[in-house]
Design a protein around this ligand. Structure first.
Ligand SMILES: [Zn+2]
Length: 59
């Protein structure tokens, strides 16, 4: 019989759970505004901020 050992929670370097990370990645790190999604890009709508992510960055 194979014995499967599963560690309940491997210590991860990031303090946030995956869901929170996904949420955070849609929020502008500069001003905290939720990023708008346009085609293959997430961008911040705050004037003067100019933060954006391309799909290559967040996928
Ligand atoms: Zn912003």
């Amino acid at each position: 019989m194979a014995r499967v050992t599963r560690s309940p929670a491997p210590s991860s370097p990031a303090p946030l759970p995956p869901v929170a990370v996904e949420r955070a990645i849609r929020t502008c790190p500069n001003c905290g505004r939720e990023l708008a999604e346009r085609r293959c890009r997430l961008f911040c709508e705050t004037p003067g901020c100019g933060y954006y992510l391309s799909c290559a960055d967040y996928y």
